[in-house]
Design a protein around this ligand. Structure first.
Ligand code: BG6
Length: 492
């Protein structure tokens, strides 16, 4: 993917950050902008205008940034000179984003600022439409780019309602829907692995692939986000977006180019080819879980229902495992097992391609074992690719044993990896849309999860409990066992 990193490529800009005192601004967005600034990737006349309701003056806001953002910088600690010059880029506007009259102060602040205007909505989705309308009412929408954070809606209908309303003001090519997984170096590498090598592509199909696993496991619980999370759950928080995006990149056809619409068009075709799930299949092939008290890293942790902000007796899921199928010529009949959860045994995100065993073994039963030939793509932590195969054990006789070729990216490329948000923000500034979700993709993903959402309203669809610090409910293992396979960590 061509990606220029020169500041001239980015050009002057006004980056207006709604939710400027929020969690995301503090942990991700401002640290990413600082990293880009420190590396000289922002145009010298680019400005950041943070907007929030808190009554602060410019100095007060910079003090907030000093206190709250600095601890979240990644990589090298803040270099004093770079940090000071970064702060010089920042202005603050206190306004209530639900009051459109207040937006004239923002227009005045933007005044003579030259270059591309970017509005980043790091707010709850209920403010997306009011903010867009208010921007239009003061003449700030024209030619601007708008960045929408997830969750974009709660289901298909609410996401359509937001997209319709935003679409009345901004054209699709002005809208940048963030899925930060698309900005991860390792996810970028999936494109390189699949479409930059001739080695894997011939095998990347039903004739050779037996099953695919995609796991995004977290050790953390819901942290301080109990309130938000309890209204959301793992299906909406992770599956509808991050996991289905990963699936679509694994299963897509090679695009004609890395042009935004070529890539997004191919991903869309996969999402639209996902086999729709019916009630019976959901009961069979979708596992819903919630953690109860347990321990992670030897430290006792409370049950989900005891987390701050979570409703008493909540039935929100913190774990999902499911079987998906892509109904097309390449993938017919190949199960794609997706799994994600909080408070699991480890923090790991990986994609496992299990190849079929040899059709006939002249070398004994070992060569017929499923999973002997496998490609494991680890996205995090420690990005790596592992190719598992069988080899002869030294000595007399012909005893086969599993061996692997390992590529650890941090050893091969001894340089810093760019954080997902930094890459995505630089893309917004430069107007590159390939790593942002197009409306039709998002709609297709919501459409696919909709029957699961409906099914889970049933009183007997409460999540199965699992102990915090384990790999989720036993039903998730049983799901794979029914397909004669197991999750990677269950292998001996
Ligand atoms: C976010 C979810 O989109 O992704 C969080 O809202 C989750 O609940 C996070 O923890 C995981 O992202 P990462 O980059 O830490 O794997």
């Amino acid at each position: 993917m061509k990606r220029s990193t020169s500041p001239s490529d980015a050009g002057g800009f006004a980056f207006v950050l709604f939710g400027g005192t929020g969690d995301l601004a503090m942990r991700k967005i401002l640290p990413a902008l600082y990293a880009a600034h420190r590396e000289g990737l922002l145009a010298p006349d680019g400005r950041i205008i943070s907007v929030a309701q808190t009554a602060l003056d410019a100095r007060g806001y910079l003090q907030w940034v000093n206190e709250h953002v600095k601890p979240h910088l990644s990589g090298a600690p803040a270099n004093d000179a770079a940090w000071r010059s970064f702060l010089e880029r920042i202005a603050y506007v206190a306004l209530d984003a639900s009051q459109s009259e207040a937006f004239s102060s923002l227009r005045d602040t933007l005044g003579a600022q030259r270059g591309q205007r970017i509005f980043y909505l790091a707010t709850g989705p209920s403010l997306f439409v009011p903010i867009c309308r208010a921007l239009a009412s003061v003449g700030l929408a024209e030619g601007a780019r708008i960045v929408l954070e997830k969750p974009l809606g709660y289901d298909l209908a609410s996401s359509n309602a937001i997209n319709d309303a935003v679409g009345e003001i901004f054209a699709e090519d002005q809208i940048y829907r963030i899925d930060h997984y698309l900005g991860k170096e390792a996810v970028q590498n999936l494109f390189a692995l699949r479409f930059g090598n001739s080695l894997f592509e011939p095998l990347w199909r039903r004739e050779w692939v037996e099953s695919v696993q995609i796991t995004v496991a977290e050790e953390l619980g819901v942290e301080s986000r109990g309130n938000f999370y309890d209204q959301t759950g793992a299906l909406r928080d992770m599956v509808q977006n991050h996991l289905l995006q990963l699936l679509s990149i694994v299963a897509m056809e090679p695009p004609k180019s890395m042009d935004a619409d070529a890539v997004r068009g191919e991903k869309l075709r996969v999402l639209r080819a996902l086999k729709p799930l019916t009630g019976h299949e959901i009961r069979q092939n979708v596992v819903r879980g919630q953690y109860h008290a347990g321990a992670t890293g030897g430290v006792a942790v409370p049950a989900y229902r005891a987390e701050p902000g979570v409703r008493h007796g909540s039935t929100t899921e913190t774990f999902v495992a499911l079987k998906a199928e892509v109904e097309n010529w390449r993938w017919a009949g190949v199960p794609f097992f997706l799994r994600t959860g909080k408070r699991l045994a480890d923090r790991v995100a990986e994609i496992v391609i299990n190849f079929r065993a040899v059709p006939h073994s002249a070398l004994g039963a070992m060569a017929l074992r499923p999973g002997s030939n496998r490609l494991t793509i680890r996205l995090q932590p420690n990005e790596s690719i592992r190719l598992s195969a069988l080899a002869k054990e030294p000595g007399m006789g012909m005893n086969l044993r599993g061996v692997y070729l390992d590529l650890a990216f941090d050893q091969f490329f001894q340089q810093d990896r760019m954080e997902a948000y930094q890459r995505l923000l630089l893309d917004v500034i430069a107007g590159r849309l390939a790593l942002f979700v197009r409306r039709d993709e998002q709609e297709a993903a919501w459409r696919w999860v909709a029957p699961i959402i409906e099914e889970w309203v049933r009183p007997d669809a409460a999540p199965k409990l699992y102990t915090a610090g384990t790999w989720g409910p036993a039903a998730a293992s049983a799901l794979l066992a029914r397909h004669n396979t197991c999750w990677l960590e269950e292998e001996n």
